[in-house]
Design a protein around this ligand. Structure first.
Ligand code: ADP
Length: 268
């Protein structure tokens, strides 16, 4: 077995996470039951931060994998590498997490091909095992191991959705942008702007979110609001800060940009 430096996966400082409803209690109970968890919600609404916070709270190391469509099962599980002494097995992140008893967070798992996704199946049921077929080893997951996946239902198409046989192995928590007061609190805390500025940023986001499906694929995320706050806190004029972090990243459509710029101008 490969040696693992567990410390590199530890969350040593308490991440700032502002609970939205009862997600912390629910996750804790799911963890105690070792029930795999799926976090559903738009990008930038706090899913990754939540997992970091839970890993810290539960005192578990955290292994995060950003999934993409080119990812193969070997990228998750591991492969043989060639080095000066011949071949050497290297565990992939999922195998590492299963061995060390980490929380394994597969971010945007729907991006991965289905033949990649199925490798997680035996880890999610009573077996809690991971077969390393190329190596001829069956890894029994550490008793503390926990699997969490995220996905954004907004991007989902018929071609790109999790199979029912995958979905139905998880308990799910719905995530969304927090309600206005909570979101403003988060933006103020994360960026250092005062609550008046944070409130305005959130109101701009609410306007943009109403345009989702009417020319915008996604609304302005909490993450982008924090970006805008960061620039403002650095002394950038609020309109320029909003253009750079709230309008430009979101759309290339000139009319939509103008609509958003006008929303910004209403507040700053
Ligand atoms: P996701 O994983 O959903 O794409 P993140 O967890 O990376 O999004 O969230 C983006 C940013 O939004 C975080 O870095 C953090 O600054 C902020 N954020 C969102 N929700 C919360 C929350 N409930 N508590 C603290 N910070 C939050």
């Amino acid at each position: 077995m490969t040696e693992h430096d567990v410390d590199q996966y530890r969350v040593t400082e308490a991440p700032y996470y502002r609970p939205v409803t009862d997600e912390v209690d629910l996750y804790e109970a799911a963890y105690q039951a070792r029930m795999p968890v799926m976090l559903k919600g738009p990008t930038g609404c706090g899913k990754s931060r939540f997992v970091e916070y839970m890993a810290w709270k539960l005192g578990r190391p955290l292994v995060t994998v950003a999934c993409n469509e080119d990812m193969t099962a070997a990228d998750l599980v591991g492969r043989y590498l060639l080095d000066a002494n011949g071949t050497r097995w290297q565990d992939g992140p999922l195998t590492t997490a299963a061995r060390i008893g980490a929380i394994c967070y597969l971010d945007e798992v729907v991006e991965a091909r289905q033949d990649t996704t199925v490798v997680i199946h035996p880890l999610t049921d009573h077996r809690r095992t991971l077969p390393l077929e190329k190596k001829g080893e069956l890894v029994h997951a550490h008793s503390d191991f926990h699997l969490v996946i995220s996905y954004n239902p907004g991007y989902q198409s018929l071609m790109k959705d999790l199979k029912q046989s995958t979905k139905q192995r998880f308990g799910a928590l719905d995530f969304d942008y927090p309600e206005a007061a909570a979101e403003a609190e988060i933006v103020a805390h994360e960026s250092g702007v005062d609550s008046d500025v944070a409130d305005k940023l959130v109101q701009i986001a609410h306007r943009a979110r109403n345009l989702k499906g009417h020319g915008l694929d996604e609304g302005i995320s909490t993450r982008l609001l924090v970006y805008a706050g960061n620039l403002i806190a650095k002394g950038i004029e609020p309109r320029s800060a909003c253009t750079m972090s709230l309008v430009r990243p979101l759309t290339d459509d000139p009319d939509m940009r103008e609509t958003l710029d006008q929303a910004v101008a209403t507040y700053f």
